[in-house]
Design a protein around this ligand. Structure first.
Ligand code: FAD
Ligand code: SF4
Ligand code: SF4
Length: 484
């Protein structure tokens, strides 16, 4: 905390003490099932961890939270055993606490700023948030009051973290909100991407249920750009639109042989397993063909999830990443979990070509060794191929997890919407305004693949700007492209 040591309001708290571990399934046990790995705090653990919080007057942790959760306040409620109040405090800012408590990269957000982290372990804010959210799911919660109706209608596109957050903030401000989702289930990546053992789907559905109870009209199976375009929605009487359609288009390596059988994009693999529960085939309808030697290409959360799913489906898995271990973008906790479960990592190499058998299934691949070079413009360590360093690897399944870009359907069907032609993202200002009047966007569709909490922060900022726009605007006027 810059020049401002925390005032200790909580006499039980001391600096430098150890945090409370969260129970987990053992690696041996969990690699055989799809149940949640991390089991959550019980009441005694949560109170013990809450006691570590210094209740800072100027809480730095809160500045690290993109949705501005009142952290010391909710921790204080845990200390006092007022769990219903604690969850209500969180929900003033965050409609998806059970999700955030599980998958937020807390170590780079709120917990990175916690003053306790200077001398030892930061307070486990995410685990405490999860404790309250899980307590509420078991004991039932209240639906907060809404502002009186404003008479304004808003369309939100995409029921991922960005859309769910924008929709719930806007409905609480008194607007009528319709949330259009292309898939038959809401949640976006929370449902189709992040696996059951990190984020159980019943928890995602429960959070979506809360957003619906707030009054959001969720319409599943509605692909905007096909059933209605953005200009048509404005014509139909929506006063403002938020686009939170994410980044669901897979990127490929472009190497020869990539169209062989047994080579999946991470998206296809994850959708089959998570959404269609292919791990439960034949009880579920969708099969997944997985071999014995899986190579996952990539190093982010997506790659780590594909690797851990493959191990649970019985394969030996090798992660091929073109940079070194230090540059792995996945969450530390997930890298450690994956390694404990038996993941082998093969750093500093990139694919060159894939080879198949006479039936067209992948059987091996050629890779080249890489070396790190100077950091690039973003400050990230760059890398380049080492000449004549190629080597072969046997494999019968390859999963390509090297990134996603936004699906272009909305961009292509919205005349005049300014996008970045190289990255396919919609260009917005910091509050989510696009160049089109009344049209806002946020989350992965405006940043490229990022994190749950950054998408939620974008949804929140946009909801605030949309509210101001809606209240300033009076009756809806012309929707032509003239800026906001
Ligand atoms: P999405 O979650 O992609 O949601 C967009 C929604 O819009 C989808 O439901 C989609 O179906 C819908 N949609 C798209 N086009 C249309 C249309 N035309 N009409 C109607 N609906 C449409 N982040 C973390 O913070 N922690 C993690 O541990 C983590 N793990 C991840 C693991 C995987 C496998 C993946 C893929 C991502 C992970 N992320 C993680 C990243 C995080 O999930 C995303 O950054 C976040 O979900 C982005 O939210 P969003 O709302 O912008 O988009
Ligand atoms: Fe921390 Fe995420 Fe909760 Fe914010 S939402 S307090 S960043 S865990
Ligand atoms: Fe202070 Fe950390 Fe508690 Fe936040 S979580 S109030 S920074 S001790």
């Amino acid at each position: 905390m810059e020049g401002n040591e925390p005032e200790m309001k909580n006499p039980r708290a001391k600096g430098g003490d150890e945090d409370v571990e969260m129970p987990r399934q053992t690696p041996k046990e969990r690699v055989k099932n799809f149940s949640e790995v991390a089991l959550g705090y019980d009441e005694e653990m949560a109170i013990r961890e809450a006691k570590r919080c210094l209740q800072c007057k100027n809480p730095q942790c809160r500045k690290g939270c993109p949705v501005d959760v009142p952290i010391p306040e909710f921790i204080d409620c845990i200390l006092k055993g007022k769990y219903d109040e604690g969850i209500a405090v969180i929900k003033t800012k965050n409609s998806l606490p059970a999700v955030c408590g599980r998958v937020c990269p807390q170590e780079n957000q709120c917990q990175m700023r916690c003053v306790k982290g200077k001398k030892g372990d930061p307070v486990n804010i995410g685990r405490l948030e999860r404790f309250l959210a899980d307590w509420e799911r078991e004991h039932g919660g209240k639906i907060p009051e809404k502002a009186p109706p404003t008479g304004r209608k808003v369309a939100v596109i995409g029921a991922g973290p960005a859309g769910l957050t924008a929709a719930s903030d806007l409905v609480r401000l008194g607007h009528e909100v319709t949330l259009f989702e292309a898939l038959h289930v809401g949640g976006g990546v929370l449902s189709y991407g992040i696996p059951e053992f990190r984020l159980p789907k019943k928890i995602v559905q429960n959070e979506i249920g809360y957003v619906q109870k707030l009054g959001v009209d969720l319409r599943l199976g509605n692909l905007i750009g096909r059933i209605h375009t953005i200009p048509e929605l404005l014509e139909q009487g929506y006063d403002a639109i938020f686009i939170g359609s994410g980044a669901g288009l897979p990127q490929w390596t472009g190497c020869p042989g990539e169209n062989l059988g047994g080579i999946y994009s991470a998206n296809e693999f994850l959708i089959r397993v998570n959404l269609m529960k292919a791990y439960n085939f034949p009880e579920q309808d969708t099969p997944i063909r997985i071999g014995k030697h899986v190579v996952v290409i990539g190093g982010g959360n997506v790659a780590m999830d594909c690797a851990r799913i493959s191990m649970r489906l019985g394969a030996k898995v090798c992660l091929n990443y073109r940079r070194s271990r230090n540059e792995l973008p996945a969450r530390r906790e997930e890298i450690e979990n994956a390694e404990e479960e038996g993941l082998m990592c093969n750093f500093l190499n990139a694919p060159v070509e894939f080879f198949g058998d006479d039936k067209g299934w992948v059987r091996s691949m050629k890779c080249a060794n890489m070396e790190l070079t100077e950091p690039d413009a973003t400050g990230r360590q760059a890398c380049k191929v080492i000449p004549d360093s190629e080597f072969d690897m046997d494999t019968d399944t390859v999963i390509v997890a090297i990134g996603q870009t936004p699906n272009p359907i909305i961009q292509r069907t919205t005349e005049g919407l300014v996008t970045d032609p190289r990255r396919g993202i919609i260009i917005v200002d910091p509050e989510g305004r696009t160049n089109l009047k009344g049209v806002f966007a946020g989350g992965d569709v405006a940043t490229g693949a990022a994190t749950v909490i950054s998408a939620m922060g974008a949804g929140k900022r946009a909801a605030k700007a949309m509210h101001e726009y809606l209240m300033d605007e009076g009756p809806r006027g012309d929707s032509s492209s003239n800026g906001n």
